[in-house]
Design a protein around this ligand. Structure first.
Ligand code: COA
Length: 254
């Protein structure tokens, strides 16, 4: 358990709220653990018809906690982040998200696994993995090019290009853009609509739209490289630069 993830269940809707606003909802191992536990339990709980992810504070999620990245173990470690990612890829219950402000790294890649995404008009999606000496995760190296095309995905995944709400909507990364003040209401309305549908047919439809084995294989491929890259000198420089609030210097790497 962690105080940084709030979990609430009401009328068939399980709501997972990121609640670490002072650190911009950067995700720690404990937070991934709480999210993964809740997501896993929801799959076999008939009282849960839809899972909603949202966040407290001015932005959705600043990605993985960079301090945790620095402390990450060797390539054989399998922290909660990977458990959470794998559960996203094979979730049977519909998953929806409401996003305000920045959604960085996994804050954006988790949205690729959501069945309905509502963006506030101030939302900005970004995946700056390469700038941290890392590679994309959560099968985003496969799913993002499939959704928006190779070149636009390269700009996001390799070059860290930020995509604002309206553009994300146009690219097909979200269902709707609403005023910041209307976000929670919009998310609740979508959750209620899905919760009223026949659950068996909804889950069967989601299953038909999913390809969990292919997604899991891509995740494993990414995790192997990601874990090695966490130990790389490029990543060490990027993490140190973030902690020291300076720009990274990659000029010494060949
Ligand atoms: N990991 C750990 N701490 C983080 C964090 C992260 N991913 N993102 C933000 N924080 C912390 C900051 O270190 C700061 O802590 P401090 O108050 O103790 O100094 C606090 O959260 C506030 O962040 P700050 O950068 O001052 O807020 P901002 O509004 O100016 O910027 C972001 C917000 C999200 C743009 C910026 O924090 C950022 O770029 N974070 C890193 C994002 C990232 O690269 N994530 C990994 C993706 S793979």
């Amino acid at each position: 358990m962690t105080e940084h993830v709030n979990i609430a269940q009401d009328n068939g809707v399980l709501t997972l709220s990121l609640n670490r606003p002072d650190k911009k909802n950067a995700l720690t191992d404990a937070m991934y653990g709480a999210l993964a536990d809740a997501l896993e339990a929801a799959q076999d709980d008939p009282a849960v018809r839809v899972v909603a992810i949202r966040a407290e504070g001015d932005l959705f999620c600043a990605g993985n906690d960079i301090g945790d990245f620095m402390a990450a173990g060797g390539e054989h470690s399998d922290p909660n982040v990977f458990r959470f990612i794998r559960l996203l890829g094979k979730a049977r219950k519909p998953l929806i998200a409401g996003v305000q402000g920045k959604a960085v790294g996994i804050g954006t890649t988790m949205l690729l696994h959501c069945d309905y995404v509502v963006l506030a008009d101030d939302a900005v999606l970004s995946t700056p993995f390469v700038g941290l000496g890392l590679v994309p995760e959560a099968a985003s190296s496969m799913m993002l090019p499939q959704r928006i095309g190779h070149q636009r995905a390269f700009a996001m995944l390799a070059m860290g290009e930020r995509v604002a709400a309206e553009k994300a909507f146009q690219l097909g990364l979200a269902n709707e853009v609403v005023a910041r003040t209307a976000l929670d209401e919009a998310l609740q309305a979508i959750a209620a609509r899905i919760a009223q549908l026949p659950p068996g047919a909804v889950q069967a439809t989601k299953a038909l739209m999913q390809d969990p084995d292919t997604v899991a294989a891509k995740m494993d491929e990414e995790i192997a490289i990601f874990s090695k890259r966490l130990q790389s000198p490029e990543a060490a420089e990027a993490f140190a630069a973030f902690m020291q609030k300076r720009a990274p210097d990659f000029s010494k790497f060949s």
